[in-house]
Design a protein. Structure first.
Lengths: 179, 246, 179
């Protein structure tokens, strides 16, 4: 496969700056080969919406400068919109069950929650921590939101024990029935 | 699992997740096309599989029994062409054939999907949480609103189907199915067995195959009477006895 | 700015599937304009590392299938996923008959599909939309399903047209009989 395609694929997938040294090592290519690939990629991308930027030791894919005003509008409207019913449901599950994995949230909601969780993360409403033993992320409410909600102890949450009980029962059934 | 405690049966019965899958397999095993003739010819084996499932109380048995009712109608009609089927029954038979043909296509399409699933994935970019830390709560970020959302989520949780209930459902279906056939026999009360044998050349096929009647006989709902060897067998509904199901 | 550039920029920035309806509204373009832009974008991307995935409702930018082995090594190859026989059957029904209600899926399979559907929803392989006129949920495929199948459009699946045609004949016959 052409090196410029490999580099483009990597940068797109990672969607973050990548060290040139790391890229060279990953694909087993020389500095000269990478430089050629970068030039090829730059000229190929020129007609599209993305650009390759080199910042010292790193390379990264970004949207072209002409799109900046549109991206800015998008960002603003994203932050202005509310989290919606699905967001509230996900947030509530995290609040009552934290720390909780995405798989558990999904099982309770019955749908995939990954995009909603991203939104909650971006807005600083939840936090995620890597759980090494399960090799998965655990979600919890951000300290800022806990403050905002005025929650100091979990047990003070309205209907805490009722809700905890029904979720516990559901988990038992879910595991048994493989729901 | 209950099935695993009875070696030999478990494999045979639990392989089939749905009645159409089982029925299609039986038809295809005989290299037959899907029509009323092939359906009638696999009815016995289908019934055997289903009664095995019932003995083992396997899940989904109710759905297998539902289809058995239609299948038994097909069989009865093939052995007893004089049997008048209601419009509803005719439709259910036509329906079954159509559903089976459609299922056949879907089953093959599913194989294509299963074979390509996860082989060459297309990847969306990884998600990185932006480094700029924001805190943007909205109207939903309120204890009472979140409590309501939580309660709504709990109310939406799937309920476990009580196994006892599933069994009752299965028995009712079986009962209904037998009732229907009982009505048929009542209508043709005192009918001679030979009269049932339209176009069938092999007696054995008729006697062994006419599961509908045998089932009713086994349950004590029918009286089979043969006055002498090789003479006609008379079939009569036993009115004196309450039906027993097992 | 050309619409295909706008669409590409948006998809790149969002790095998640976007509803066609939302894209149309955002850029104030018609369905036909979006369709043309999608075609232009598809052919422009063909020489690069990314592809445009399209379902009935959504579009998404992803890496090309040839990059799959490389990205898998980057991800330290997670567990190979399987959908199972029942899952594949249900997915096939939705793929070829979408949008379709649960009742219709149950009828075709001859068994209750609610748990299987819940499972597919949780895995993000299918989507559920509320149909107001029928007051029931309609299921359709998600871009994530196409991503797992390695195709950018369902028409690219092996035997797609053969299978679609045989099912089509079926539905025609059924309609004729109803008259």
């Amino acid at each position: 496969m052409p090196i410029d395609i490999l580099v483009e694929g990597l940068l797109f997938y990672k969607s973050a700056p990548q060290k040139k040294q790391v890229v060279m090592k990953l694909f087993g290519i020389s500095e000269a080969e990478l430089a050629t690939a970068i030039e090829t990629l730059k000229s190929r991308l020129a007609t599209g919406a993305t650009r390759l930027v080199e910042t010292g030791e790193e390379i990264q894919l970004v949207t072209c400068p002409e799109l900046a005003p549109i991206i800015e509008t998008l960002r603003k409207s994203e932050l202005k919109s509310d989290i919606g019913k699905a967001g509230a449901e996900t947030l509530a599950i995290i609040l009552y069950q934290e720390p909780i994995s995405r798989a558990e949230i999904d099982r309770i909601r019955g749908v995939n929650s990954s995009f909603i969780l991203r939104n909650l993360l971006i807005r600083g409403l939840v936090e995620r921590n890597h759980n090494k033993t399960q090799n998965s992320y655990q979600f919890s409410i951000s300290p800022a939101l806990l403050n905002h909600l005025g929650v100091t102890h979990k047990h003070e949450l309205p209907d805490f024990s009722v809700i905890a009980n029904s979720l516990e029962k559901f988990n038992e059934v879910a595991i048994e029935e493989n729901i | 699992m209950q099935a695993s405690t009875l070696p030999g049966f478990s494999v045979k019965t639990s392989v089939f997740e749905g009645p159409l899958e089982l029925l299609l397999e039986l038809v295809e095993k005989r290299k037959l096309l899907i029509n009323d003739i092939s359906l009638a010819s696999v009815t016995d084996e289908y019934m055997r599989q289903v009664s095995l499932m019932q003995e083992l109380s396997l899940p989904n048995t109710a759905q297998f029994i539902n289809l058995a009712a239609t299948l038994l109608l097909v069989k009865s009609k093939s052995l007893l062409p004089v049997l008048d089927l209601t419009e509803e029954e005719e439709t259910s038979i036509e329906d079954l054939e159509e559903r089976l043909r459609k299922y056949q296509i879907i089953r093959d399409a599913a194989l294509v999907l299963q074979n390509s699933f996860g082989k060459t994935k297309l990847y969306a970019p990884q998600f990185y949480k932006p480094t700029v830390s924001l805190f943007l709560p909205d109207e939903y970020c309120d204890i009472e609103k979140l409590r309501e959302a939580m309660i709504a989520a709990i109310n939406g949780l799937p309920q476990k189907e009580a196994p006892a209930q599933a069994k009752i459902k299965a028995t009712i279906s079986l009962e209904e199915m037998m009732k229907k056939l009982e009505t048929r026999i009542t209508q043709n009360l005192q009918m001679k067995f030979s009269e049932l044998n339209f176009g069938e050349t092999e007696k054995k096929v008729v006697i062994v195959g006419f599961l509908a009647i045998l089932e009713l006989f086994k349950q004590g709902n029918l009286i089979l009477r043969q006055n002498s060897y090789f003479s006609d067998i008379e079939i009569e509904l036993d009115r004196g006895q309450t039906p027993t199901y097992y």
